[in-house]
Write a protein that binds this ligand. Structure first.
Ligand code: AMP
Ligand code: MN
Ligand code: MN
Ligand code: MN
Length: 278
């Protein structure tokens, strides 16, 4: 049985709608799926409805960004939570903070004689959250930069005069938000934070003390060595093992739902241990 516990839709930065994503899962014979959009639960209702229709097991998911070191983030996945009033209020607080940040950045761009408007950003973001990725797209489409990479380098990375940091939850707050909604909190892709294996161990131990339930031990980007290291260590810590492709649709070339870059296999028992109630 094929399962995928990490993927994105148009509600964050993916290119398929929740409905299209579930239809793709059906075509790929995936039996369990979790939509884990960045900082939003907007796609879950539509995803669940289509999954019910097509006979796919659907798990509520989210990927929260927590502050980590200076201006870096770590990602905490939430699973199998209830979408209650408190959760929605917490998430909408962060969206409001983003709106304030975007207004400040637009003002800075205009002061630097770079014509970016809120309308430009809204035109390409649809119902998505507006992030620096959208600023990069507008800067490039208007000819201020040649590529998205150049847009980050010249204007959007920390240290650039038009960069404003956004508000973050701490990793502990991310874990608490998920627990308050009766979900499980999982550290996403620990190899993507520029840490060595010893530092990853320390991070996992630290987050475990803060209530972390599990770690993503299978991910499209892992080498064999990384996966083996994480699986061993996470088992020793008696934490839950999870995995997923981190599918984003056509913006991540060559990365498929369910199978990642071709070799990803997430075992069904990961899903079982995730939903087992304590
Ligand atoms: P924000 O949450 O608004 O700070 O923006 C984060 C978004 O910017 C994410 O979608 C990242 O993938 C993207 N991003 C951050 N840094 C870079 C970079 N150096 N090059 C390309 N995309 C980036
Ligand atoms: Mn993303
Ligand atoms: Mn992530
Ligand atoms: Mn992701």
């Amino acid at each position: 049985m094929i399962i995928d516990l990490h993927c994105h839709t148009t509600c964050s930065d993916g290119t398929l709608t929740p409905k299209e994503l579930i239809q793709l899962a059906k075509a790929k014979k995936i039996s369990v799926i979790s939509i884990t959009d960045h900082d939003t639960v907007d796609g879950l209702e539509e995803g669940k409805k289509e999954a019910d229709k097509l006979g796919i097991t659907f798990l509520n998911g989210i990927e929260l960004a927590g502050s980590f070191k200076n201006e870096e983030e770590i990602h905490i996945l939430g699973y199998d939570f209830e979408i209650n009033e408190e959760l929605l209020n917490t998430l909408s607080f962060m969206v409001k903070e983003r709106v304030k940040r975007n207004q400040k950045m637009i003002k800075l761009f205009q002061e630097n004689e770079i014509n970016i408007t809120l309308e430009d950003l809204e035109a390409i973001s649809g119902k998505k959250i507006i992030s620096r990725a959208h600023f990069a797209e507008v800067l490039t489409s208007k000819g201020y930069t040649k590529s998205r990479e150049e847009a980050f380098k010249k204007y959007l990375n920390p240290g650039c005069p038009t960069y404003i940091p956004r508000q973050y939850f701490t990793p502990k707050q991310c874990i608490d938000i998920i627990h308050k909604a009766n979900g499980k909190a999982v550290l996403a892709h620990p190899t993507l934070y520029n840490l060595g294996f010893e530092e990853i161990k320390n991070l996992i131990i630290d987050l475990k003390e803060k209530g972390l339930d599990g770690v993503e031990v299978k991910h499209s980007t892992y080498s064999y060595e990384q996966e083996a290291f994480l699986t061993n260590f996470v088992k020793k810590q008696s934490l839950i093992l999870t995995g997923g492709s981190d599918f984003h649709g056509s913006i991540k070339k060559g990365l498929s739902l369910g199978s990642g870059y071709g070799t990803l296999v997430v075992p069904y028992r990961f899903y079982e241990s995730l939903i087992r109630k304590k």
